[in-house]
Design a binder for this molecule. Structure first.
Ligand code: CU
Length: 211
């Protein structure tokens, strides 16, 4: 009889310890939102351009991606609109705007931004390949007047390449090999999206939209 009472007390104590351990575990594994980044981080669009490939990435304090969706908005809808859920950017009128993605996760709110410049349709455009290993603007739109558009890359004092990842069907534009401190132009005759990267710097990439 005495033995049974001890056994029952031990079982009750064991359940209490298990419940405590479970509670403290769920608290320590909670992810805390730290940053939201938007790509392209900057863009020069022409009036009438629609760019559907806008991405937002939310990360916690250790850099791990948090799978969640935010709310898109534009600081100036008369210049550029941003789709509420998909985040497609449309150039409406000449001017500047900020495309924002606001994420709230576990009670923390952070906003990622992309600066949008909308210009009149033009058959020429420039992109700077910077010393800090970025193509800026990361997205550039140009319009073919007649048959072709010309894009010029201005290379700062750090070698970069323009290496194509994808081109529209029928396009075959030559890569630009490692170049610094000069400018190189390429002509585009086929409408569509061209994606490229620098083969020297990991993560250095850009997009070109030929209309
Ligand atoms: Cu580079």
């Amino acid at each position: 009889m005495q033995l049974m009472r001890y056994a029952r007390a031990a079982v009750v104590a064991g359940v209490a310890v298990a419940a405590l351990a479970c509670g403290s575990d769920s608290t320590s594994s909670k992810q805390v939102l730290d940053s939201v980044s938007v790509e392209p981080r900057d863009a020069v669009l022409t009036v009438g351009t629609l760019w559907p490939h806008v991405h937002s990435t939310a990360r916690d304090r250790t850099g791990v991606e948090i799978k969640t969706t935010g709310r898109w908005s534009s600081s100036n809808e008369s210049v550029a609109t941003v789709g509420i859920t998909a985040g497609a950017i449309a150039g409406i009128a000449v001017g500047t705007a900020i495309a924002r993605n606001t994420v709230t996760y576990n009670g923390v709110t952070e906003t990622g931004e992309s600066s949008i410049t909308v210009v009149a349709p033009s058959d020429t455009g420039t992109v700077t390949a910077t010393v800090s290993a970025a193509f800026t603007p990361q997205l550039r739109a140009v319009n073919r007047s007649g048959s072709a558009a010309t894009v010029t890359w201005n290379f700062e004092a750090e070698p970069h390449t323009v290496t194509w990842d994808s081109e529209p069907p029928g396009a075959s534009v030559a890569d630009i090999s490692a170049t610094s401190s000069t400018s190189v132009s390429r002509e585009f005759t086929v409408a569509g999206t061209n994606e490229y990267h620098c083969s020297i710097h990991a993560g250095m990439a850009g997009s070109l939209l030929v209309q």
